[in-house]
Design a protein around this ligand. Structure first.
Ligand code: FES
Length: 107
């Protein structure tokens, strides 16, 4: 079941950047790419690096710790050393407000 929670305004996240928000105790990196917001876990699956502090290059976010890259659309690893994907969450934008689905719809 969907469980959308309002997190931020789209104006809080400049284009081509990520910002970290804590939502119900979970650290999420919200990534703004071409007017679309993607929500992923902030924690790198390699060794716990802070993904939200990494560089966002198109749809790939790069972990600042050892350089693993993940596709923010799917969570898939696109560059090692990470081997496991990150979790992604559905998002929606209404009246400029970003909401993230933390419920069963999460991938
Ligand atoms: S902790 Fe992210 S690449 Fe190592």
């Amino acid at each position: 079941m969907a469980d959308f929670v309002r997190v931020a305004r789209i104006t809080d996240i400049p284009s081509d950047s990520a910002r970290v928000f804590t939502v119900r105790g979970r650290r999420l990196a919200l990534c703004h790419v071409d007017g679309t917001i993607y929500a992923v876990d902030d924690t790198c699956t390699h060794d716990g690096g802070p993904l939200g502090e990494g560089r966002l290059d198109n749809h790939a976010i790069e972990c600042p710790r050892h350089g693993a890259r993940f596709d923010v659309r799917t969570g898939a690893v696109v560059q090692m050393p990470a081997v496991f994907p990150i979790r992604t969450y559905p998002t929606r934008i209404e009246n400029g407000e970003i909401a993230v689905d933390l419920g069963d719809g999460a991938v």
